[in-house]
Design a protein around this ligand. Structure first.
Ligand code: AMP
Length: 213
């Protein structure tokens, strides 16, 4: 199973990718998670990426393509994968295609989880996470038992800096300008499957499973 998940921020693609990777036993690779980890650890990559991320902009293609290329050449993608948050631009999609051709690999599907703008802003402004265990919460559907406190370890919950409303609007703008064109890229390659992401999480998951077989 070799998949990429596409969709605007807050479409639920991270949650769905994690659920599918757990069930299918394949690697779930989220470039957003890798970058947040790099920022937290203060690595060179983290220092280069931090400013772009806090403004809701994309980090430069060469940084992120290099990151994926390292994983691929280390054999980490050999047993199947779900790429979540990559590719994000047409040049990234082209670079991925070139990497796959060189390594005799290919994609089975590009899964697009479609959600409208207002729903995205509503969802992201209710999203919180635990800085200790990384568990995420969302109001009102999946809220902690005690307001603002992680159920698992009692840590005070935080918002992602890039979930503030003005940054969310910018991320949506960036998505439309830079990421949406890759929907056509994968449509032309007959790889795109489109899922209604405004349905309940269980129904979205069922639709994804059906679409990817
Ligand atoms: P995400 O968690 O996927 O929403 O990603 C959070 C942030 O990380 C994005 O707003 C970008 O700044 C950066 N990022 C993640 N993946 C990529 C990518 N493939 N290309 C460029 N920037 C990315």
């Amino acid at each position: 199973m070799n998949l990429v998940f596409l969709g605007p921020p807050g479409s639920g693609k991270g949650t769905q990718a994690a659920r599918l990777s757990g069930k299918a036993g394949v690697l779930h690779l989220s470039t957003g998670d890798l970058l947040r980890e790099a920022v937290k650890n203060g690595t060179e990559l983290g220092q280069q990426a931090e400013g772009y991320m806090s403004r809701g902009e994309l980090v430069p293609d060469d940084l992120i393509v290099g990151l994926i290329e390292n994983k691929l050449t280390a054999g980490e993608l050999d047993k199947g994968f779900i790429l979540d948050g990559f590719p994000r631009t047409v040049p990234q999609a082209e670079a991925l295609k070139t990497m796959f051709t060189k390594n005799d690999m290919g994609l089975d599907h590009a899964v697009l989880i479609a959600v409208g703008d207002e729903e995205i802003v509503r969802r992201l402004s209710g999203r919180w996470f635990c800085p200790t265990c990384q568990r995420t919460y969302s109001y009102p559907a999946n809220q902690p038992k005690v307001e603002g406190i992680c159920d698992d370890d009692g840590t005070k919950l935080q918002r992602r800096k890039d979930d503030e409303e003005d940054v969310v609007r910018n991320r949506l703008d960036v998505y439309k300008k830079q990421t949406q064109p890759i929907e056509d890229f994968y449509r032309n390659e007959s790889l795109l499957v489109e899922i209604d992401g405004e349905d309940s999480p269980d129904n979205v998951f069922a639709a994804i499973e059906k679409a990817v077989g």
